[in-house]
Ligand binder design. Structure first.
Ligand code: KIV
Ligand code: ZN
Length: 521
């Protein structure tokens, strides 16, 4: 007979906040369609709860959370709200469309935050009672967070948690908002709450850790060992400042070290790599090469001793298999003689389900790439997809010639369609990329500021594709663009134009959203 109690106790729920806390990273922006796609992938991957956004922050956030709620299949869809009725009502309006919706309301409880809100301890308790009760009257599933819990006095933390439970909160999240705690303290805090707070045994404790000291994953796992049964995390650890607990790290840590962390999640780990790549592409945040689990180097072995060991027995230097996270072997994937069916099958293996129109478009660009590049690897195909996710095409690069070398100034001759009208210009600059960007600006005058320009090589060799990310901002709104090409300068121009197209289509993200002004992490 199955021991249901033990099984339930061992199950850790995964609460993904890539679309809320992750999207709050300065500079990360996702369009409505991209958020829908990421939410669909998270749902398919087995994430228990998706925090889809902060509905009162903007009309765009509200629309994204509502549409994600309408399309949810298995995941609970959650919306964030500050401790006031207007926020909570708005969150409910958005998540009520989901088969299972959740309201997450929070208030900063540490002395620093009480000062900011000008509430004394009693006043804050009253506010918590009123707002949690209000949320619970709307929705059966209420998630409450004492922001900056790890810097809140213990007696007061017990008091506010008890209040939230009495007023109907079903999940109590303990955020380490500023990434200040350490594993032992993180565990002790959960243990203390379980021991001291009446009613604690009836609710689920969640842990939400930021990575300012590089301890987010360790702190989250320590909280689980002490009794927390929900981990708040993001894909690639995306998030404010140094980011959040990374989903892929906690899930793989519990899987690989199940002997000492005997917990289960509902995550299909083979979807991890695809989500990591897509989140990186759509947010404009590259994954560092040596990032645990999903970094480019995570399964590469450079030193002779390591290579020799891995060839004899892969377990000598690998604690997980690349295929466990959905990483296919880096074989020569395709050549210029490969056909459409082979491309569709290869793309499906990489996690892309291409419709007929998308396949047609990707196939044309794949052929062009195969003509220029001897070996087309899996990573090249993934980079091609980054390009095909370009938004509205108000601007389209048609022709580019660049003169560069030791004799400056460098020159660019650019022909670009602007709203369907073909325009050409010659421009100079301090280097070829600068000359090209100047040309774009002359053909499409605008006041956006370039905040980030980043180039990385997709694969090895001098014919490798370069992936370029560009971030621009105008009037407090941020827009990102990506592109990939074997010609680094062309990829740069296309990425810049991609960001400008998004600006033209209004697909940006406010830099100073209401959430940031309320100091949530
Ligand atoms: O870090 C934090 O405290 C948050 C809260 C909104 C839960 O993100
Ligand atoms: Zn946070």
């Amino acid at each position: 007979m199955t021991d249901i109690t033990t099984a339930q106790q061992d199950r850790v729920q995964i609460f993904d906040t890539t679309l809320r806390d992750g999207e709050q990273s300065p500079g990360a922006t996702m369009s409505h369609d991209e958020k829908m796609e990421i939410a669909g992938l998270l749902d398919e991957m087995g994430v228990d709860i998706i925090e889809a956004g902060f509905p009162i922050a903007s009309e765009g956030d509200f629309a994204a959370v509502s549409d994600i709620a309408k399309n949810a299949k298995n995941s609970v869809i959650c919306g964030l709200a500050r401790a006031n009725f207007a926020d909570i009502d708005r969150a409910w309006e958005a998540v009520k469309h989901a088969p299972r919706g959740r309201i997450h309301t929070f208030i900063g409880t540490s002395p620093l935050h009480r000062d900011i809100t000008a509430l004394d301890q009693d006043g804050m308790v009253e506010k918590i009672a009123a707002t949690v009760s209000h949320a619970r009257n709307l929705c059966d599933d209420v998630h409450w967070s004492p922001m900056d819990a790890t810097r809140t006095e213990h007696d007061y933390l017990c008091r506010v948690v008890e209040t939230a439970i009495k007023c109907g909160a079903t999940t109590i999240n303990i955020p380490d908002t500023v990434g200040y705690t350490a594993p032992r303290e993180s565990a002790d805090l959960i243990r203390m709450l379980l021991e001291r707070v009446p009613g604690a045994e009836k609710i689920t404790f969640a842990t939400h850790c930021h990575n300012d000291l590089g301890m987010a994953t360790a702190n989250a796992l320590a909280a689980v060992e002490a009794g927390a049964r929900q981990i708040e995390c993001t894909i690639n650890g995306l998030g404010e400042r140094a980011g959040n607990t990374a989903l892929e790290e906690v899930v793989m840590a519990m899987r690989v070290r199940n002997d000492i962390m005997p917990y289960r999640t509902g995550i299909d780990t083979t979807k991890i790599m695809h989500l990591s790549r897509r989140v990186s592409q759509v947010s404009g945040f590259a994954v560092q090469y040596n990032k645990a689990v999903v970094g480019k180097n995570a399964f590469l072995h450079e030193s002779g001793i390591h290579q020799d060991g891995v060839l004899k027995n892969v377990q000598t230097f690998e604690i997980m298999r690349p295929e466990d996270i959905g990483l296919t072997a880096k074989n020569i994937a395709m050549g210029k003689h490969s056909g459409r069916a082979a491309l569709r099958a290869k793309m499906a293996e990489l996690g892309y389900d291409l419709g007929d129109n998308q396949l047609k478009d990707v196939f044309v660009r794949f052929k062009a790439l195969a003509d220029r590049k001897k070996e087309v690897y899996d990573d090249d195909l993934v980079a091609l997809m980054a390009d095909s996710s370009a938004g509205d095409e108000h601007l389209k690069v048609q022709k580019l010639r660049v003169v560069c070398g030791t004799e400056g100034p460098q020159e660019a001759e650019l022909t670009m369609a602007v709203g369907g009208e073909e325009k050409s210009i010659d421009a100079t600059g301090d280097g070829p990329v600068d000359a090209c960007f100047n040309a774009v600006k002359m053909l499409y005058p605008h006041s956006a500021k370039l905040d980030l320009y980043q180039v990385s090589a997709v694969t090895e060799g001098t014919d490798a594709q370069a992936t370029v990310s560009v971030r621009i901002s105008r009037d407090g709104t941020v827009y990102t663009g990506q592109s990939a090409d074997t010609d680094t300068v062309l990829a740069s121009v296309k990425a810049y134009v991609n960001a400008l197209n998004r600006m033209h289509a209004g697909q940006g993200r406010a830099n100073n959203s209401a959430l940031q002004t309320s100091a949530a992490g």
